[in-house]
Design a protein around this ligand. Structure first.
Ligand SMILES: [Zn+2]
Length: 169
């Protein structure tokens, strides 16, 4: 979700210290021979982390990027594919297209991870639908590409686009 928030102050050493208290080095996940640094602090009911800064819940990896580079790019992406990771060496600022490619790739990985469980269209979570909407609305991919990545029927993609299903989201 692109952030359009303008912060009124810079990130201080004190903020960074507060942030670092909620992280731990991963023993299992790494990228380019450096371990992931995982967020252990607040997570919402959907498993998304949040760090309080200026009264906002900022995604921890976005905060980590801003703390390091002093800027808030629209998209901060993971090289390591570990959503909980806040290791600045594993983060990069990308374009909207990069972000969509990343979502498609992750969607595919998630689908593969769910093999064996019933992954019926109707059982998708609201978060997945929100993600799908972003991908669909970006017009960067065909219905067929999206359907393949998400292991769903092409007609299902059309229904989401036309809001004949999941209208409430
Ligand atoms: Zn990582």
């Amino acid at each position: 979700m692109p952030h359009r928030i303008t912060f009124t102050r810079q990130i201080t050493q004190k903020d960074k210290a507060r942030f670092m208290r909620h992280t731990s080095l991963s023993e299992t996940s790494s990228y380019n021979r450096t371990p992931c640094l995982e967020w252990t602090g607040f997570k919402d009911v959907n498993g998304y982390g949040g760090f309080q800064f200026e009264g906002y819940h900022i995604k921890p990896h976005r905060f980590a990027y801003a703390a390091k580079h002093g800027e808030w790019p629209t998209y901060v992406l993971h090289h390591c594919d570990n959503r909980a990771c806040v290791n600045v060496k594993h983060l990069y600022s990308g374009t909207q297209s990069d972000n969509m490619q990343d979502m498609i790739r992750r969607g595919r990985a998630n689908r593969l991870a769910q093999t064996g469980s019933r992954n019926h269209y109707a059982k998708r979570t609201e978060n997945e639908i929100i993600e799908l909407r972003k991908i669909i609305d970006s017009k960067l991919f065909s219905d067929k590409q999206i359907a393949n990545a998400y292991k769903m029927a092409q007609s299902g993609v059309g229904q989401i686009r036309r809001r004949t299903s999941w209208k409430h989201i």
